[in-house]
Ligand binder design. Structure first.
Ligand SMILES: [Zn+2]
Length: 86
């Protein structure tokens, strides 16, 4: 068995979409600056969805702030659209 050292720079060059959790290279993503925080999205449409939904309910706000792994548990295979709109 070979131990592969994690490459620390990957954390700085890749991110995930805060709307749908899809991962991509930061340079290809849509960046939204909100105060001191940079949020990343697949595209402007996902950024707009996120802006529209995040303050709509406590439930939506909670899930949209979760990291991908936590969110996977919460959504149980549903997409974020299914979860919010149902
Ligand atoms: Zn997305």
């Amino acid at each position: 068995m070979t131990f592969i050292k994690p490459r620390p720079y990957r954390r700085l060059t890749r991110s995930w979409c805060w709307w749908c959790c899809k991962r991509a290279a930061m340079k290809d993503m849509f960046k939204l600056r909100d105060g001191p925080v940079d949020w990343y999205f697949c595209d402007s449409e996902h950024a707009l969805n996120w802006l529209e939904w995040r303050h709509r309910s406590v439930r939506a706000n909670k899930v949209l702030r979760m990291l991908p792994r936590e969110r996977e548990t919460e959504l149980q295979g549903r997409t974020i659209e299914d979860f919010l709109i149902r």
